[in-house]
Ligand binder design. Sequence first.
Ligand code: AMP
Length: 288
Amino acid sequence: MDIIRQVNEMMRWVREQRASGEEIGVVPTMGYLHEGHLSLCRLSSADGGRTVVTVFVNPTQFGAGEDLARYPRDEERDLKMLRELGISAVFLPTPEEMYPPDYVTYVETGGPSQGWCGATRPTHFRGVTTVISQMFHILQPNRAYFGQKDAQQVAVLKQMVRDLKFPIQVIVGEIVREPDGLAMSSRNTYLTAEDRKAALVLFRALQLGRDLYKQGEHSGERLTKAMLRVTAAEPHVRPDYIGVVNRRCFRAVEEVSPEDLLIGAIYVGSCRLIDNLDVSPQVYPLRD
Ligand code: AMP
């Protein structure tokens, strides 16, 4: 497994692979890897060619006062996990490599980046689209793999890829959950035992939304209210948002249809967690 830290070295590696006819799949991450990340790596490996995993805690997607400084990091552990998976290369640039002191260029999408996480974290998606654009230019991948866990990020990145004509197939991996249903996240390490129990309320609220839809409740507003009642009953958490949206444009829907998404974000302890659930499972293909 090649471990590469410099942009020009990474570009040279990509040129060599391309010259020998290899296709490239990229799995962008912020490290502190868990089964969610590894599932994306396995999807890429199964598609063949070379898989490059990027490990970069991207400063521009954190707002002032967010958890950039304390975001969990363990490079040794990440590299060990990736070696065991047979990954071709890992790209670990420094912040200075990606954003030299004179860096001034940002990529901003409208549409799906508005509202929800975009409302609570106004500069977040601009940081994501900027760093992913850089990664796409450096790595020239045929395929890029993202997790459905970050559903709004998926909508934003698909929009960016369409609008900016990146010749890249975006492939989405299903949410990987702990046995009790909590969506895996590097940020789960912030949770105390009490927080950890309380955090499950988000998944329970989303599941209730799905159950009510199945029973015939198709009003987005009423489903949202019912899900909010579940989170309100857990005193240890504070909802950021709960809603039902169209998965492509991320606008709230009045009349819910099976391909829509139930979404939520909560504050628990010192942590903000997000999750989502398909209104109707297995309706929407993850590879389009
Ligand atoms: P992160 O390191 O949190 O930026 O995540 C890197 C990639 O892994 C993103 O595409 C995430 O959506 C994806 N990811 C994170 N958690 C999960 C999960 N529980 N299941 C599936 N994918 C995930």
